[in-house]
Design a protein around this ligand. Sequence first.
Ligand SMILES: NC(=O)c1ccc[n+]([C@@H]2O[C@H](COP(=O)([O-])OP(=O)(O)OC[C@H]3O[C@@H](n4cnc5c(N)ncnc54)[C@H](O)[C@@H]3O)[C@@H](O)[C@H]2O)c1
Length: 374
Amino acid sequence: MYIETVNVEIPVIKPTSYPIIIGNNILKDIGNAIKQNTKAKKLLIVSNKIIYPIFKDEISSSLKQAGFEFEALILEDGEKYKNIDSLQGIWNKALEYKLERKDAIVALGGGVVGDITGFAAASYLRGIDFIQVPTTLLAQVDSSVGGKVAINNDFGKNLVGAFYQPKLVYADIKTLKFLPEKELKVGLAEVLKYGFIEKTCRLKDSQNNFIEFLQNNKDKIYSLNEGIMINLVKHCCKLKAAVVNQDEKEAGLRAILNFGHTIGHAIEKCSNYQGINHGEAVAIGMKSVFSIAFKKGLINENYYNESIKLINEYKLDYKIPESISTKSLLEAMSFDKKVQSGKVIFVLSTNKAEVSIFNDVSDEQIAKAIKLSK
Ligand SMILES: NC(=O)c1ccc[n+]([C@@H]2O[C@H](COP(=O)([O-])OP(=O)(O)OC[C@H]3O[C@@H](n4cnc5c(N)ncnc54)[C@H](O)[C@@H]3O)[C@@H](O)[C@H]2O)c1
């Protein structure tokens, strides 16, 4: 056998940074923001049938004023369209429209549109500028930041994707006024999560009092008070960015963003992604991990009660559907991406706003915690 090895040196790609612009009623200025953050002449806007009609006029006139040429591709609405067919549709549309590498693709929508469009941008011509215009609370506080882009396939959710950071995130909280309350609550479950993991995010100069902020501003948050919502979205983005900055590819710390998600994802999977949505499943998952942490002696009764109360006050008190057995949930967890060397990974509270990663939670402990939400 004859082998030679050539070591190839590639200059390290520069760390990337991008602005997240958050405001109220700012869609009318989106053209200028894109102009300042890309060299694109042509834009492909990807949105869906529900969202595009609401914001089309405002966005179109702003892009025209800023001198952009653009076309839109309108997807069907729903998680089931976050698939290879929609991805292919975006690639084909971009090719027909002759989008070049210096141009950009804009995702206007919630996490579904953002994830699939981001993956299209990451792969089209091996990478084209990508702009996120998140229109759900979940997308504004979570999915539009951090660069995870993906599609689903027959084997599960988000199994094919990339890490691809946008050039700009442009979040207008006005868009949330059109969002059904059910969808707002999906985002609120993630917002509470940030409160519960805040200190462990190690955000520089943070007061680490997000739980108190959430306790004190529930009504203003539900009524989408301008100042409160801008602060809320900003703080969540900063927390997520701080975590991603320390661990972009989920080698360690980034796993804390899955607080409540181990059980949550299992519930979603066992319900075939119907009947119970992501936020509801995560809310149940968070309650369950608080119970596990309390029973393991990691947190005191005071913090346990305070946390459950906060989840309930945010109208996130849900039950696991009767049809889902504990056995099927345990099985689903064992297939989750959060399994390492055969052990299910849990993010558990260890103190107020602090969490740690554990791989020693027994099936019996999980079953007991799940029972509380049955
Ligand atoms: N990339 C990440 O880091 C990350 C993180 C969390 C979740 N996700 C992904 O995000 C997706 C869920 O995102 P989502 O909760 O935003 O769901 P979604 O994108 O399906 O949006 C929810 C619903 O609200 C509608 N909608 C969106 N904006 C609206 C508005 N302003 N007014 C009225 N209706 C509006 C949508 O058409 C849809 O029917 C999942 O696919 C999940 O895997 C990704």
